[in-house]
Unconditional design. Sequence first.
Length: 358
Amino acid sequence: MTEYTLQQKVFLLLLAIVTIGFGWILLPYSGAVFWGVVLAILFAPLYRKFVALTRNKKTGVERKNGSALLTLLVIVVLVLIPVALISVSLVQQAVAVYAKVSAGHIDFGAYFRQVIGVLPDWMIGLLERFELTSLATIQQKLSAVAAQASQVVGKYALNVGSMTLDFLVSLTIMLYLLFFLLRDGDNLARRVRQAVPLGRMYKQRLFDNFTTVIRATVKGNVLVAAAQGTLGGIAFWFLDVQGPLLWGVVMAFLSLLPAVGAAIVWAPVAIYFMVSGSLWEGIGLIVYGVVVIGLVDNVLRPLLVGKDTKMPDYVVLLSTLGGMALFGLDGFVIGPVVAALFIAAWDLFASAPEFHAD
């Protein structure tokens, strides 16, 4: 075991203090830094292709600045602009649905009475035990929830100016950082590897797992979410459900949860269709949800996420749920990354002879 001198101990203490202090300074914009790192890892192969394409064949000079700017432009066009356009349309549809509910064109009370009217006696009895069959009671509970929600919305509405400014600042920081991470990412990664006090085998395996899981998780989950949200939105549009884009986006977000995801939205709608007399529409939506939307989750997710991360489906599910519970939306990346590093670290520990006596 290495014995440190007093000078080395003081330096290590100083190193820990300044590292914690720097992390504390970055904390207000941790989301921007996090997604800058994630996008840099995700688009690093594209950046390297641009570097190879723009390299001067005679002198061998690499145009790293131009390649980083080209990659940044691709990210803006393929990621940021579509997200902005969808967000605008989403807000418009949400406002339209809210207006129809306020005007009484959408009556949830009538829907509730229709569903209760066709339920079997045993199920009604079960619901009565939880006081879920009384429309007045449910409306009272919903009113209390709505009052709390309106207070939260009102609070954010008053701060919409500062929130917009914070978002623009975070977006600018992310893009600015992303440019340098793309351009200097290889050198930064090399310096980090050199600084980590582990053997070459340990560093190589852990760093490879880190980058592989981030790429697989983001690409896999985003593609699955986009596919399921699009398919669900198309189904709702075809069935003339109010706000198909709104519900499609909701399904896309919920599909980040493996195995359960989009069914949380389309299954209740299918049940309502069946109990309200639109039997074939309900059956069709169930078949479509299970066969088409479910097939995307059952086929694409293991191929894009589980295959590359080499993690069992249940580990992906639990780590995604736990990550999102702790870190919000960022957790769908952080959770599987921590799980993959956990598995890799224990595999290394189990296979390393220096940790085990004969």
